[in-house]
Design a binder for this molecule. Structure first.
Ligand code: PLP
Length: 411
């Protein structure tokens, strides 16, 4: 396939090669990214992309879906198996990504204008959790809760807000929160006010499936996740819902929000979910947590402040206010050193446009085979770039050297 591309469209081929080399020569600390296998790329790059399959398994609007039906059924069955779910839960694997998955849940379970409650973006929530620039915050009435100045969720405050606003859905699960989530507590709050509890485990799905993070079941009514973060799959999403809610959510996906599912993506999701109970996957998820903790400890040792005092999962938030550097400047300097991490707000930031922190995660380094020794080394490089203000171009030489011992699978 690659050879054909090179022959027919050399410009595009070259750009893809350059991106592969960039991935090889840098350390990806963005906690929402992945490093998929070449086996997965075979499924994702398969001729399944040719086929239209609007509708559900066995009830399609197009003929010729014998094998696409079997592939989608396999993905759904594996999604339930990955989280140990029985007959009282159902899966949908058609949402094209995490944002449409969340919107499908809202459109399925809420009427336009009803109230939803999620964590504010500035506290670590996702745009689709009710931010005003997102459809979720425009179409529904959105109430947003925040973390305290200590960076932690105050569950009592969440309960008070829920009692005051009586939302119809309460969302737990975040894009930048370094601690474990008490799903049982969210379930209790939702039950008390008569709301559905949606756990969006996009970031932690791999950790949850490996029992490295408490499960949201049975405390949630619906669980959404992207498949391209700690699960290390293709871009896509899985929705798991209590059986009695699934019809409404299915209809919100199709015909509500989307046309045909992306069958090649479904196949790659089936592949991903088929891996999660292997010992290699379970070991990797444990190592993700160990690597994040090691990186956090190494930074704390060097005098960095971490939001919430450290990490219990795959990511950490570095508060740079004591280092006299903005999140943006730190992001740019780190990138010059080959360390790819994104700027992020920290609790108490006056403006989300000039965040004072950087978010870092351990999934991709772990998928490359890096362990505690390498995580510690990365902590030292971060200190040399940000605190010692050493020349990042010099550090990049060391980074590239380390990377050459942990090859991405495409070079
Ligand atoms: C918690 C959470 N939910 C939903 C999404 C949306 O996923 P996507 O970018 O695939 O639309 C993200 C993406 O980062 C996320 O972190």
């Amino acid at each position: 396939m690659e050879k054909q591309l090179q022959k027919i469209d050399a410009v595009l081929y070259e750009l893809i090669q350059k991106e592969i080399q960039r991935q090889q020569d840098t350390i990806d600390l963005i906690p929402s990214e992945s490093l998929v296998s070449t086996a997965l790329l075979e499924a994702l790059g398969s001729p399944l992309t040719n086929k239209y399959s609007e509708g559900e398994v066995g009830k399609r609007y197009y003929p010729g879906n014998e094998y696409c039906d079997q592939i989608e059924s396999l993905a759904k069955q594996r999604a339930k198996q990955a989280f140990g779910l029985g007959d009282d839960w159902e899966a949908n694997v058609q949402a094209l990504s995490g944002s449409p998955a969340n919107l499908a849940v809202y459109f399925g379970l809420l009427q336009v204008g009803e109230t939803m409650m999620g964590m504010a973006l500035s506290s670590g929530g996702h745009l689709t959790h009710g931010h005003k620039v997102n459809a979720s915050g425009k179409v529904f009435k959105s109430v947003q809760y925040e973390v305290g100045i200590d960076g932690k969720i105050d569950y009592e405050k969440v309960a008070e807000l829920a009692r005051e606003h009586k939302p119809k859905i309460i969302i737990s699960g975040y894009t930048a929160y370094p601690l474990k989530i008490d799903f049982a507590k969210f379930g209790e709050i939702a039950k008390e006010v008569g709301a559905y509890h949606l756990a969006d485990i996009s970031h932690i799905a791999g950790l949850v499936s490996a029992n490295c993070h408490p499960l949201p079941f049975p405390f949630a009514d619906v669980v959404t996740m992207t498949t391209h973060k700690t699960l290390n799959g293709p871009r896509g999403a899985v929705i798991l819902a209590k059986k009695e809610l699934m019809d409404k959510i299915n209809r919100a996906i199709f015909p509500g929000l989307q046309g045909g599912p992306h069958n090649h993506q479904t196949a790659a999701i089936a592949f991903t979910l088929g891996q999660v109970k292997t010992s290699a996957f379970l070991q990797t998820q444990k190592q993700i947590i160990l690597n994040a903790k090691t990186l956090a400890d190494s930074l704390i040792e060097k005098g960095f402040n971490l939001v919430a005092g450290g990490t219990e999962n795959h990511l950490l938030l570095v508060d740079l206010r004591s280092k006299n550097i903005s999140g943006m400047e730190a992001q740019n300097l780190l990138e010059k050193a080959g360390l790819i991490a994104n700027r992020n707000t920290v609790p108490g930031d006056p403006s989300p446009f000039n965040p004072s922190g950087v978010r870092m995660g351990s999934p991709v380094m772990t998928f490359r085979g890096m362990k505690e020794g390498e995580a510690k080394m990365i902590g030292e490089w971060i200190d040399r770039v940000i605190t010692q203000r050493e020349n990042p171009e010099q550090i990049k030489l060391e980074v590239v050297d380390l990377c050459s011992r942990f090859k991405v699978p495409y070079v």
